[in-house]
Design a protein. Structure first.
Ligand SMILES: *Cc1c(COP(=O)(O)O)cnc(C)c1O
Length: 404
């Protein structure tokens, strides 16, 4: 890293200087092309806006893309986690191990079924769930573990699978960051009993809102289909085909259906999945080349054998060498037109879990320490190399300004 003198340094946009970019570069953005537009328009003119043939088509394609036997489409990643918990028949009194560093939905799914999330700390290098801490948090009521492939890097499923098998736990993969990743054990979507995905626009492919659960277990798959449709044993299209009006509400379910419009969009997006992941990997490699030996930021450690779908490019600030905290650097980068983000404020610190579960600061010290340093840099397939050079330029400009 070249040292510049005070005089040579451009004034930070935060201090009234010229920003690196006039318009904010977002941290994530969907890529929608003409095939997506055509597919949605065709669905709009078809007989079925929801519960039609495009749902099954999308599920079939999603199963093929992930190598999973069954894929069940639902209305969001959150709904995917909820029906996964319900399909496993988790209930009040049960405990579910959830990493501290994830999106709230990973833990809320347990609360939706009356179970109690128990937060597990993460590894300081990868920020993936720490199996040793999971073992420490294991109790007589623990029924399941939610593994989160943080930033897109796969957890150590070999270790988690044997831990869960030895402890009688169900393993659920919250793979919302990792669609398209290939772990040494197999493709994401096949690594746990139930695997959940989000189709939010910030994720690898989108249906505007949407989610998917994959499983190799046919019985679980049909339970998931029932749960997403009010707990009804057949759907409208099936009844239309057989001419029967009779149906049975077999269990308590929800309306978590994904519409044909969304499935049309999802299928068109799936055709680009490999290309999108390859583009993300290309940008990640460029970030790594620029930042691997940087004195002021540290990219996440790569886990040997892990797959990576590069949902996020996360760095940790070397605060010991800086005169500013993360929030100041966050604001300075935003002022430069770089849409950095923070993934995530550890869940035990949020009011909901403090009030409901009695969590508090100090519960997951590694996640809390990492949180002080975290920054996610912009990363999405439609970002150009020149956009990325702006990010790196702004990062250097800001970090050098605050070098201790
Ligand atoms: C995005 C995300 C979810 C929730 O997905 P939605 O589709 O927004 O409901 C759950 N878990 C993780 C880790 C996510 O990143």
């Amino acid at each position: 890293m070249q040292r510049t003198t005070q005089a040579e340094r451009a004034a930070l946009a935060l201090d009234g200087g010229t920003p690196v970019r006039a318009r904010l570069l977002p941290y994530a953005r969907q890529s929608i092309g003409p095939t997506e537009v055509e597919a949605v328009v065709a669905a709009l003119g078809s007989d079925w806006l929801t519960t039609g043939p495009r749902v099954g088509e999308f599920e079939q394609r999603f199963a093929e893309a992930t190598g999973a036997r069954h894929a069940v489409a639902v209305s969001s990643g959150t709904a995917a986690l909820h029906v996964a918990m319900a399909a496993l028949e988790l209930r009040e009194g049960d405990e579910v191990l959830v990493p501290a560093l994830t999106f709230a939905a990973s833990a809320n799914a347990a609360l939706y079924v009356g179970a109690r999330p128990v937060f597990v700390d993460v590894d300081p290098g990868t920020l993936l769930v720490d199996p040793l801490d999971a073992a420490r948090k294991l109790g007589p009521r623990t029924r399941a573990l939610v593994a989160v492939d943080y930033a897109g890097q796969t957890c150590d499923y070999a270790v988690l699978q044997s831990f869960c098998a030895a402890s009688g736990l169900e393993l659920v993969s919250d793979a919302c960051h990792a669609l398209g990743a290939l772990d040494e054990l197999g493709r994401v979507g096949t690594l746990a009993r139930l695997n959940t995905f989000s189709l939010h626009p910030a994720k690898h492919i989108t249906s505007a809102e949407g989610g998917v659960v994959t499983t190799a277990d046919g019985e679980l798959a049909s339970r998931l289909r029932t749960l997403r449709n009010h707990g009804i044993d057949t759907d409208l299209a099936q009844r239309e085909r057989t001419g029967a009006h009779h149906y049975d509400v077999a269990r308590l379910g929800w309306n978590y259906r994904l519409t044909d419009l969304q499935c049309a969009l999802g299928s068109a997006q799936l055709a680009h999945l490999e290309e999108f992941v390859a583009r993300r990997a290309h940008l990640a490699t460029r970030y790594a080349q620029a930042l691997e030996r940087h004195e002021l930021v540290r990219p996440l450690r790569r886990r040997p054998g892990a797959g990576h779908a590069w949902h996020l490019y996360v760095v940790q600030l070397e605060l010991e060498r800086l005169r500013a905290d993360r929030d100041r650097i966050f604001r300075a980068l935003r002022a430069e037109g770089i849409g950095v983000q923070v993934h995530y404020r550890p869940l035990p610190l949020h009011s909901l879990y403090r009030e409901r579960l009695g969590t508090r600061a100090g519960d997951c010290p590694v996640a809390e320490a990492a949180y002080q340093r975290l920054l996610s840099l912009p990363l999405f397939p439609g970002m150009s190399d020149a956009d990325q050079d702006d990010v790196l330029h702004a990062l250097d400009k800001v970090l050098e300004a605050y070098r201790a």
